[in-house]
Write a protein of this length. Structure first.
Lengths: 314, 305
């Protein structure tokens, strides 16, 4: 297991380097002068020059990159142009709602997807299966901003059961906090639930056709015991992979969901930074998200090795 | 005991035989036919949706009942009715006409970005798989780096620096989808270059580019076509998401995502502003998914679920 961790960690180094290069280049892809874009043409020339110097943009590009990397290695991701605060502090303030939303969405997706996926596979080609696969298709094709608006329309506007926007920290006010996160978490969780349902159904169907299932049935075990003890354990491995792969979708979805429900999370921070043309903040947040994404994928890889011992010895 | 019979190798076909004996053959046959029809009827439905979207996009100036940009402040938030089938928006523009013109934007974005990804990813994958060595390492690490970004976040960041507008969004989504095609193509090339006919071409003295172009590329295209047909629907969704956030086509131009965003402030008084483009988007994506699944089943029956 130690060798697996080391091998995977080493493999992420070149990718991380390329990611930093990509994020650094981002600001230089701007058509025209990025300083003009960030500050509007009418801004004072001295102010513009100061910003150019502050961002090191008066230097050759390789020196800019080296300096930027040097600062990165010291944990300095730069400062927001708008509020002058370090990127890390900007993200630090916003991370809690995002993590709460992602956690709740993942929980909701598993609560929905597990029974549907199992029933769909166990009752293949019946009306139960058709309902399950239709649900998965609906979840995959439904844009989450549209789903968010439908939920707001029915549960917020028509029925007035839940708040339609805003955020209360569940750690401070548990009831109000949970109420403020329910609709965003369903919005985010449903698409994930659809993907998990599809994966669980097909991996269960595959496991159901294995010899060990036939043996278990031959022993006279009830169908439920066969599914619980023999099929489900093996069918869950691809689900873990999919959950890992879907982290990107979850983060992307969080951008939209936080925007629609006015949640003060990291996703909302990216959108605000993009529209304020606060490129140092965009760079910093995108880099942090990418690193978080790489590390969580690494974690999923290792988890995979832990769940399925065969992988450790490959 | 029942379990043991069902589980044994010899007894596997038993339930089918039992059904055949107990159920009337005609009824059984009808069920089989119906079941097959249920499974295959979705593909023609998808094709109809896709063709309808294409026709509407191409003939938008003819089929659009009103000017999509013409405001009528005396008739704002009008309910769906005979004059305006999907109602009017907050400045009195006809929602149906804007949905019709939005079809063009969605299809251009979906097809354009996937075309960029197929060409760029295909060529990069061909280079990586065929050249091998350092070129392979460099290209694939580059693709890994692109895949390290959550797709929407990358598209958002690229769209932001490329500037709001359809071109920026198409390029951004093209970049986001490129690694998928590069990986697919590389895998195909590695398999195909090990085949006998490539070795034969090599033995006959054919130059590398000729082998790559005439022997490897045509044989490696099937998985790319499958992936492309599945990706178009997701690219349309992604364009709508970016437009919803304000990065796509700019006002007063019509795109489904931006229309939904503009309508969310009027959800209580005029939900049709959101539901019109929302339904168009959902139906198109579902239809394209059916087509994508059918293409996959036709070209690679092993992947059938």
């Amino acid at each position: 297991m130690g060798r697996l961790i080391l091998r995977r960690l080493l493999a992420t180094v070149p990718v991380l380097l390329l990611v930093t290069a990509g994020v650094f280049t981002l600001i230089h892809l701007t058509p025209g002068d990025p300083i003009d874009v960030m500050m509007s043409e009418s801004a004072d020339a001295t102010v513009k020059e100061n910003l150019r110097r502050e961002l090191g943009m008066d230097q050759p590009i390789y020196i800019q990159y080296a300096a930027w990397m040097g600062r990165l290695l010291h944990g300095d991701l730069g400062h927001s142009i708008r509020n002058r605060e370090p990127v890390i502090e900007n993200v630090g303030k916003r991370i809690r709602p995002s993590l709460q939303l992602a956690g709740l969405a993942m929980a909701i997706s598993l609560i929905i997807a597990t029974p549907i996926g199992i029933l769909s596979a166990a009752r293949r080609n019946t009306s139960v299966d058709r309902v399950g696969t239709s649900f998965a298709l609906f979840g995959i094709c439904m844009p989450n901003f549209l789903l968010a608006l439908l939920l707001i329309f029915f549960f917020g506007v028509k029925l007035r059961w839940l708040p339609i926007s805003g955020y209360t920290d569940p750690l401070e006010e548990p009831w109000l906090g949970l109420r403020s996160l329910v609709l965003p978490a369903i919005t985010l969780g449903l698409a994930l639930a659809a993907v998990v349902t599809r994966t669980l159904r097909s991996s269960m169907l595959e496991a159901l056709s294995e010899d060990y299932v036939r043996t278990a049935r031959a022993k006279g075990l009830s169908e439920w015991r066969v599914i619980r003890h023999h099929v489900l354990k093996n069918a869950l491995i691809p689900v873990v992979t999919v959950l890992g792969l879907q982290l990107g979708t979850l983060i992307g979805g969080a951008v939209i969901t936080e925007y629609v429900f006015a949640l003060p999370g990291v996703g909302r921070l990216v959108v605000d930074a993009v529209f304020a043309r606060d490129y140092p903040l965009v760079q910093g947040v995108v880099l942090l998200i990418a690193v978080g994404f790489i590390l969580s994928n690494l974690l999923v890889d290792l988890l995979y090795g832990w769940i399925d011992p065969r992988i450790r010895y490959r | 005991m029942a379990g043991s019979i069902r589980g044994s190798d010899i007894a596997e076909p038993a339930p089918a035989i039992a059904r055949a004996v107990t159920a009337p053959p005609m009824r059984e046959r009808r069920w089989v036919v119906l079941r097959h029809a249920a499974r295959t009827r979705l593909a023609p439905l998808g094709v109809v949706v896709m063709l309808a979207a294409l026709v509407v996009a191409v003939l938008a100036p003819i089929v659009s009942p009103h000017d999509p940009l013409k405001q009528n402040l005396g008739n704002v938030l009008a309910k769906p009715g005979r004059a305006h089938l999907l109602g009017t928006d907050n400045v009195g523009r006809d929602v149906l006409s804007r949905v019709v013109w939005g079809t063009r934007v969605s299809l251009v974005a979906g097809l354009g970005s996937v075309a960029i990804a197929v060409v760029a990813g295909g060529l990069l994958g061909l280079l990586a798989g065929y050249a091998g060595g350092q070129a392979d390492g460099l290209v694939m690490r580059l693709m890994d780096a692109v895949l390290s970004f959550p797709p929407l976040v990358l598209a958002l960041a690229l769209g932001a620096v490329l500037g709001a507008g359809l071109t920026g969004v198409v390029i951004a989504l093209g970049v986001v989808y490129t690694p998928t095609f590069a990986r697919l193509m590389r895998g195909q090339v590695l398999t195909i270059t090990a085949r006998e006919y490539v070795e034969a071409a090599r033995a006959l003295g054919a130059p590398g580019w000729r082998i790559a172009w005439h022997h490897v590329l045509p044989n490696a295209m099937a998985p790319l076509v499958i992936q492309a047909s599945l990706s178009v629907a997701f690219a349309i969704l992604a364009e709508a998401s970016l437009s919803f956030l304000g990065l796509g086509i700019q006002p007063p131009g019509a795109s489904w995502g931006s229309m939904i965003n503009a309508g969310r402030g009027y959800l209580q008084q005029a939900p049709w502003i959101v539901f019109g483009p929302g339904a168009a988007l959902f139906i198109t994506v579902v239809g394209l998914n059916f087509v994508g699944d059918a293409v996959r089943d036709a070209l690679d029956p092993r992947l059938r679920t």
